[in-house]
Design a protein around this ligand. Sequence first.
Ligand SMILES: NC(=O)c1ccc[n+]([C@@H]2O[C@H](COP(=O)([O-])OP(=O)(O)OC[C@H]3O[C@@H](n4cnc5c(N)ncnc54)[C@H](OP(=O)(O)O)[C@@H]3O)[C@@H](O)[C@H]2O)c1
Length: 443
Amino acid sequence: MDKHKLPSQFKIILIQISNFLHHIIQIQIQVISDSPAFFSSFSWLFIMALKLPLHFPSPPLFFHRNIAPFKHTGRRFGVFGSNATSQVTANFRSKSPDDINVLVTGSTGYIGKFVVRELARRGFNVIAVARERSGIRGRDDKNKTLEDFSSDSSSKSTTTTVCFSDVTDSETLNKSIDGLDLPIDVVVCCLASRNGGVKDSWKIDYKSSLNSLVAGRRRGATHFVLLSAICVQRPSLEFQRAKLKFEEELVKEAERCPDFSYSIVRPTAFFKSLGGQVESVKSGGPYVMFGDGELCACKPISEEDLASFMADCVLDDDKMRKILPIGGPGKALTPLEQGEMLFRLIGKKPIFLKVPIGVMDFSISILDFLVKNLPWLNLEDAAEFGKIGRYYAAESMLIIDPETGKYDAEKTPSYGKDTLEDFFRRVISNGMQGQELGEQNIF
Ligand SMILES: NC(=O)c1ccc[n+]([C@@H]2O[C@H](COP(=O)([O-])OP(=O)(O)OC[C@H]3O[C@@H](n4cnc5c(N)ncnc54)[C@H](OP(=O)(O)O)[C@@H]3O)[C@@H](O)[C@H]2O)c1
């Protein structure tokens, strides 16, 4: 029998089995924790991934401006600009910031917003590419984006130009940017899949990033700053493979064109990914961690500090043609240490809930089995989210020493001034506003 034509009752039974597995895991964990606070912890993000089938909001409709065609005026580029031209700008580093045009894609994201703000603060001419509905689940409209970006540049005389377009469609993006009739010196790409699914990761972290490169190159960009992730060192997830493939494109482009350079920024953990348990701990819940809480460690970095580091990459010669892993200030912290810090700041006696990592492995193996054997259940993304949760539960966000193959906190560079302790203090008093996780609730 064709498995795609299974009787609907049989399909329903299979979905019920899947849901049953989901409930079994929930019960296992509830027995361990006996606390609803567990479900507001990092671990429940993984469990949520098992809610079958997954529903994501439909992507918002995009609109792009009708723009006059680009007039070809300059010289040709290799693969990326075979039919295109540049207006300027290999030696942009000798110009003053207010003569340097920086195109930012992914400008409305958690990091992108701070990057736009920081570049504008430094006096660059920023061109922020945005969707007409942006932000988590498209909650911000065009006016909100214009408002956010108009106040960003108030400290200097430069203005941020907002270009509403569609980064997923190369032709549309090129037309929109051509329509501005501005040369581009530098592209800063902070794009990332909002739902972290398999197809979306390739569409955004690879293809749309590539579209940003092509669009920038057509207008003369000779430098590209990429927001990547330190975890691509040990890739096992689709978004990591997509990011790595795009990193390779940048390196190839620099090999082809000697006047082109890149800075690939690979940050460690963001604060937003570590603040999810503050509320539950504050209201008396345990701090939930996997294994003994020492399976992994990270040197978290704030949005402001990372944005500042990325802005440095625009002009700093020593950051050109480099892969730049970067963490925040202070020592690397394990989940156990983060939990201890949180209890100390809240002034409560620590209560830890240690979840065996095998819980995740068990669930992932079942989901993988279902993905392979019953593809029509559409569980590919659910399995991927489980793997993402598993990855972050056990892998450190630190440099891997190539000689030992082990994570090395000492070798992981630190930058900035914002500490996790200050962040926890702020969240304890003011909550998690501005620190919401993405649509997949994982990162
Ligand atoms: N979380 C961590 O601890 C951590 C650590 C290191 C590295 N990272 C990396 O940092 C990146 C996440 O950065 P972030 O948190 O700033 O991301 P984010 O808040 O999810 O922002 C993603 C950006 O990409 C844009 N985008 C996504 N899908 C799009 C689409 N279909 N069309 C147009 N634009 C789209 C978003 O635009 P809209 O606003 O229009 O949706 C937004 O501007 C990821 O690559 C992750 O691997 C994360």
